[in-house]
Ligand binder design. Structure first.
Ligand code: CTP
Length: 398
């Protein structure tokens, strides 16, 4: 995953117990390709040592406004000069008070004043400190100055109290940072989509399903949300975490999936069918567990509705995108499905290339022909698919 490739992020760590979580945030940012430069305040360094952040970021850690390692002695200018983003996590009440008042008596506060890039702060403090009128004033001032506030969360605090003031978890902060860097191709749009397998019940303990992991659908939901869309994700049974900001509706069977989609399709500018919907279901699901008789048994299967085709056949359909997972003749089958289901875009792949794995090889089919995408991680591919669909959507009369 190289979502943040080429991005320089300054991570300010101030003196709160949540500083240990910033080590994980550093790891996530580095893994996503960002160049992370950590600035520790004196308080921050009391909780986590510079060595930890240096090892995780692969860069020297900055603590001193007067650091002699800078030839010109201007660490505050040099560090912020080509930064794409400054994130302060955890941000104490003290650093927020300083920033709100333009004070600069250490390296972090000084480089924030000298910055030419956006600033995000993730507050972390005791709930009474968070609720204090002075902090409320500082928060209002920071927002008025264009600083983005990430959290805080509510919950149990290090002091033993329960309330607002916990720092957001590292993965949530990471999501917010990725989101910030993504172009808002789908701003103002609503995307309704399906993902995962369906489960067609035979009796209370058995059913017919398939091996779809939901990874591609969930990556696409995340990419759509990062691109600024409101995302309604109708999901079959999977063990994937819900992407940040995505409205998830859990269903089991194809009929439930269709009902959930139809309940939201009027809101949709875009419909994306990624789910591996079972083409058939048992004619009836037994009320009680079927007991073995020793004899051969027959289960009568009846066809399920084709959700994508139904959505595409509506009078004013949203822009529809289908997926075609094939085991052979990809071009013929994927383009055939595009024509048959009357959808403007289909994303095809060969099952042997991607099922259940984190990587995939996909080809986009549209009115202009076929567009193979380079092999990549599902998240990177999802972003390219969103970029492609937003380009078609811009030209599409809705
Ligand atoms: N799809 C759907 N509802 C179904 C079956 C499929 O919405 N009952 C959608 C899938 O989410 C996907 C596309 O249609 O976007 C292609 O699905 P696929 O199962 O490959 O196509 P089928 O029409 O079922 O063709 P076949 O089983 O013959 O490959």
């Amino acid at each position: 995953m190289v979502e943040l490739k080429g991005k320089k992020v300054i991570l300010g760590v101030t003196g709160g117990v949540a500083a240990y979580k910033s080590a994980e945030l550093t790891r996530l940012l580095v893994k996503a390709g960002a160049s992370v430069h950590v600035v520790l305040t004196e308080g921050g360094a009391r909780f986590v040592t510079p060595v930890t952040f240096q090892a995780l970021s692969g860069h020297r850690v900055w603590t001193d406004l007067w650091d002699p390692r800078m030839d010109n002695n201007m660490a505050h200018i040099d560090l912020s000069r080509d930064a794409d983003l400054i994130v302060i996590a955890p941000a104490t009440a003290d650093v927020m008070a300083k920033l709100a008042n333009g004070m600069c008596d250490d390296l972090l506060s000084t480089l924030c004043l000298a910055r030419d890039c956006p600033l995000m702060v993730a507050p972390a403090m005791n709930r009474q400190m968070w609720e204090h009128p002075a902090t409320r004033r500082n928060v209002a001032q920071l927002c008025a100055d264009g600083v983005t506030l990430l959290g805080p969360d509510a919950g149990e605090q290090a002091c033993g109290e329960v309330g607002q003031g916990r720092m957001l978890e590292p993965d949530t902060l990471y999501e917010a940072i990725c989101d910030y860097f993504q172009p808002k191709w789908l701003a103002g749009k609503t995307v309704v989509m399906t993902a995962g397998p369906t489960f067609e019940s035979i009796d209370p303990v058995r059913g017919i399903t398939n091996s779809s992991s939901g990874k591609m659908g969930y990556a696409l939901a995340r990419a759509c949300a990062h691109a600024g869309a409101r995302v309604v994700l109708v999901s079959g049974p999977v063990s994937q975490p819900t992407p940040f900001g995505v409205e998830r509706i859990d269903v089991a069977s194809a009929l439930q999936m269709r009902d959930a989609v139809m309940a939201h399709v009027d809101e949709a500018d875009v419909f994306i069918g990624v789910a591996a919907v079972a083409d058939y279901r048992p004619e009836a699901s037994a009320q009680h567990k079927i007991k073995k008789s020793g004899e051969a048994m027959t289960i009568t299967l009846v066809p399920n509705p084709d959700i994508l085709a139904e959505v595409a056949a509506r009078p004013n359909p949203p822009f529809c995108v289908g997926f075609a997972a094939e085991s052979q003749s990809l071009d013929t089958y994927a383009e055939g499905k595009r024509q048959k289901k009357a959808v403007p875009m289909v994303v095809g792949n060969l099952v042997q290339d991607g099922l259940g794995s984190d990587e995939n090889v996909v080809v986009i089919y549209d009115d202009h022909g076929k567009h193979p995408l380079p092999r990549g991680g599902k998240m990177g591919l999802a972003q390219r698919i969103v970029e492609h669909l937003s380009g078609l959507l811009a030209k599409h009369p809705l």
